[in-house]
Design a protein around this ligand. Sequence first.
Ligand SMILES: NC(=O)c1ccc[n+]([C@@H]2O[C@H](COP(=O)([O-])OP(=O)(O)OC[C@H]3O[C@@H](n4cnc5c(N)ncnc54)[C@H](O)[C@@H]3O)[C@@H](O)[C@H]2O)c1
Length: 337
Amino acid sequence: MNVLITGVAGFIGFHVARRLLQGGWKVLGLDSLNDYYDPALKRARLALLTPEPGFRFVGTDLADRAAMESLFAGQTFDRVIHLAAQAGVRYSLENPHAYVDANLSGLLNVLEGCRVQQVAHLVYASSSSVYGLNTKVPFTETDAVDHPVSLYAATKKSGELLTHSYSHLYGLPATGLRFFTVYGPWGRPDMAPIKFARAICAGEPIDVYNQGEMSRDFTYIDDIVEGVVGVLDQVPVPQPDWIPELGSRGQSSAPYRIFNIGAGQPVGLLDFIQTLERGLGIEARKNFLPMQPGDVARTWASTQALRDLTGFSPQVGLEEGVAKFVAWYREFYSPTV
Ligand SMILES: NC(=O)c1ccc[n+]([C@@H]2O[C@H](COP(=O)([O-])OP(=O)(O)OC[C@H]3O[C@@H](n4cnc5c(N)ncnc54)[C@H](O)[C@@H]3O)[C@@H](O)[C@H]2O)c1
């Protein structure tokens, strides 16, 4: 089977590609290797994929319409896994245009490619951030998600809408996955685990937002990969009997589904920090700060819908996941302590 994975040099894309290559898939990986965070980390991930016989790489920007058209014209894909995006909540206050370019124009180019080629199944990344101002927990796919609190979240929600229109108009089978705070080896340097580990190892204070009164549904990367792989062959079909007033918001009359994908166990920020302190064997100095614009106080995934479809069952608890993250962090960054 041939799969196009966008964002292949990114945290999640790298792990998904590795897993599919092990399973005998042929992977064309796309990434622009942009410098939102250190491209050396992206190149290091890529260096592990490149020797694999089933792997090819294309260094293209999603927003480059001509390049994307020729990519889809030149080869066929059995599946498209679209993970490339401008991620990060806080950066969306500094550089809003990057979000529209990658997450909307870039997505449109992927949708067009899938339409022209009649791809059998598009699986794409959404985000827990679409739950925005919602306070009812756990977050479920049946909840309305109309109040994003960051431009990042707004583009992710818009991406779900753009995809639904293609699914409806052109019968494109599409599955959206709302990822909840993914962590683990080869993670993102703009996210808390690496930011904290760096500061703690350097003896510098860590910034703790909302005075620590926050929780996140931290989800270990291997569980995310299982979830992504698990939906690949669960191709959505049209549901002519579905009606908007009664049906789930995560479904449609079109071949379109949306799933949360998270551990389903929110962890307090201070508990997460303590677990990391234990893993590193160093106590953190904490700099307590107010809530950051664009952030939400808590996230918590209901994953019942995904469990019902695929048997999804996260396996890696926080202590084990953080230990694995720390082992990788120490090896990759070789901090002196
Ligand atoms: N990691 C999480 O906790 C999390 C949570 C919710 C949603 N997501 C979503 O999951 C997906 C993957 O996230 P990640 O954590 O692996 O992020 P990442 O930043 O590590 O990976 C994204 C990759 O996409 C590439 N990219 C960005 N813009 C591009 C463009 N215009 N053209 C081509 N390539 C481009 C980047 O170079 C990067 O390698 C994203 O869509 C993100 O929004 C992630």
